[in-house]
Design a protein around this ligand. Structure first.
Ligand code: ZN
Length: 212
């Protein structure tokens, strides 16, 4: 049975972790319940370091995002879903899934913590969302888990961004530039590696405990 003090301490720890991952004050407030002014005074002593600009706010973003961003979103969503399935809280799952995403992809991260917060809100129907509008499906073609609108019927390769990514990879230079460079001779290995990435993220559930 956790005490009020335990819960307060946990909220503080999570607020610190979220601030280190680049979260906005509002995101930290919604996830931890801590008042934004308190978050600011504790973790952003220099007001110039507070993340600014328009927060990601569209639930439709995923469907119109480019292929690279969609596969990134899938990595985060699948990991989040897996951690939730293991009984972790939404806040813990968000933080760990985002860290797993960061460690599996190149910096700077293409998807911000605030965008990840937005995505998982719509997966679970929590925080920013009243009901789930995104779900995780398993592609019958490549076996990768991917995000789709709730109610999507799985058909071979059709909605799976990983299948599309692999199909386009050898001709799309912009896509190639977004992934770690390797000798061109390894093309097949790179393609397989990108599929493997999503599998790695859904298998190493114990390997990505908080780094700090
Ligand atoms: Zn697929």
């Amino acid at each position: 049975m956790s005490t009020r003090g335990d819960r307060h301490l946990l909220a503080m720890q999570q607020a610190k972790q979220l601030s280190e991952l680049g979260a906005r004050l509002k995101t930290i407030h919604v996830v931890t319940g801590m008042p934004p002014r308190q978050v600011q005074s504790l973790f952003f002593p220099d007001a110039r370091t507070i993340p600014r600009g328009r927060a990601p706010d569209s639930p439709e973003w995923y469907h119109s995002a480019n292929l690279i961003l969609r596969t990134d979103a899938c990595l985060i969503g699948a990991k989040y879903r897996q951690l939730r399935g293991q009984g972790l809280s939404a806040a813990e799952s968000l933080i760990l899934a985002y860290r797993a995403y960061q460690s599996a992809t190149q910096m700077p991260s293409r998807i911000s913590l605030d965008r990840a917060f937005n995505l998982v809100s719509y997966i679970d129907g929590i925080w920013l969302a009243r009901a789930p509008t995104l779900t995780i499906l398993v592609c019958p073609e490549c076996g990768c888990e991917f995000l789709a609108a709730v109610g999507t019927v799985v058909r071979t390769g059709e909605a799976c961004p990983f299948c599309k990514l692999l199909a386009r990879f050898h001709i799309d230079h912009r896509l190639q530039a977004s992934y770690p460079p390797r000798p061109a001779i390894d093309m097949t290995e790179r393609q397989l590696g990108m599929v493997a990435l999503s599998h790695v993220l859904s298998l190493d559930s114990t390997g990505d405990s908080p780094q700090k």
